[in-house]
Design a protein around this ligand. Structure first.
Ligand code: DHB
Ligand code: FE
Length: 308
């Protein structure tokens, strides 16, 4: 059976991608941001997931105002990079997992979440920047370490989905993954945010108090977050802060109780607060085999080691 083992929340600021692509990671401004992901990259190297589901938003690269799917699942064999602003990033083509993706589409749609199925799709910084932050820099002709299933969420044009709907979609994704017969260890990314507003009189808005409370509740009390209406995200976290609902898909796909493996927060990067969290499902205890308990203890030791 496939299983989601951990969730990763990460900002997707396009300027982070440009800093990486233009070798500026050692500049003090960017070093502060990238150094916060060194432990995460180490965790990812140790975890070695078989597949990643990346929940992200497209920024008018694959979709435009002509077509606005609320939830779009990438079922293709590969996803070439595209981008607005700086142009397509020099990153490898993302390899998909069509078998698991089609299984998820079937399971989730029969569970009454009407996904758009994308058999051809380009992916922008919303997806590749968080992937670089966790997997490190990879040359264009290289390979990402595992196949990726993109899940694009509309948080750009009104009306975006509610936080509650996102969380429930996460629940449906969990059920879908757990009904896939192959033994795959899956991680799920929730990307975007944290607080930011990039235009209008409040451009530059960052609300660290809100962001920190969001990260705290994401770990232990996600039920509080699912009740937050759009207008509160707009008021408190800025117009683009609405991207944070995507983190609730990731959280919904995890167990109720999780271990917080790592957290990082810095202000600012470009116009946003950079937030990052790794939440791990607890290893399932087995009634019959006490040996599993040792495995869990070992996993927790690893968790403690990596916590900053
Ligand atoms: C910025 C942040 C975003 O999330 C985005 O999609 C575009 C720009 C920024 O901080 O400039
Ligand atoms: Fe964005």
């Amino acid at each position: 059976m496939a299983r989601i083992i951990a969730g990763i929340g990460s900002s997707h600021v396009p300027a982070i991608g440009a800093a990486l692509d233009n070798n500026k990671t050692e500049e003090p401004y960017w070093k502060r941001v990238f150094s916060g992901f060194e432990k995460s990259q180490e965790w990812m190297r140790q975890t070695k997931p078989d597949v990643a589901i990346v929940v992200y938003n497209d920024h008018a690269s694959a979709f435009s105002v002509e077509m606005i799917p609320t939830f779009a699942l990438g079922c293709a064999a590969e996803f070439p990079p595209a981008d607005e602003g700086w142009g397509p990033r020099p990153v490898p083509v993302v390899q998909g997992h069509p078998a698991l993706a089609s299984h998820i589409a079937q399971s989730v749609i029969l569970d009454e979440f009407d996904l758009t199925v994308c058999n051809k799709m380009e992916v922008d910084h919303g997806m590749t920047v968080p992937m670089n932050l966790l997997f490190g820099k990879i040359p264009k002709e290289g390979h990402w370490p595992c196949p990726v299933i993109p899940l694009a969420v509309n948080v750009v044009m009104y009306p975006p989905p509610t936080g509650h709907r996102c969380f429930m979609l996460g629940r449906a994704l969990k059920k879908a993954v757990e009904s896939y017969p192959d033994d795959l260890r899956v991680v799920i990314f929730g990307t975007g945010g944290l607080s930011h507003q990039i235009s209008g009189p409040r451009a530059g808005l960052i609300n660290s108090k809100w962001d920190k409370a969001f990260l705290d509740n994401l770990s232990s009390h996600p039920e509080k977050l699912v009740k937050i209406p759009h207008i509160d995200y707009m008021r408190e976290a800025g117009a683009e802060g609405i991207e944070m609902v995507m983190w609730l898909i990731m959280r919904g796909a995890l167990d109720d109780k999780v271990d917080e493996v790592y957290r990082f927060y810095t202000v600012p990067a470009s116009n946003t607060a950079v937030g990052h969290i790794i939440l791990a499902n607890r290893a399932k205890a087995s009634k019959r085999k006490p040996a599993v308990k040792h495995k869990r203890a070992a996993a927790q030791t690893k968790v403690e080691r990596i916590r900053s």
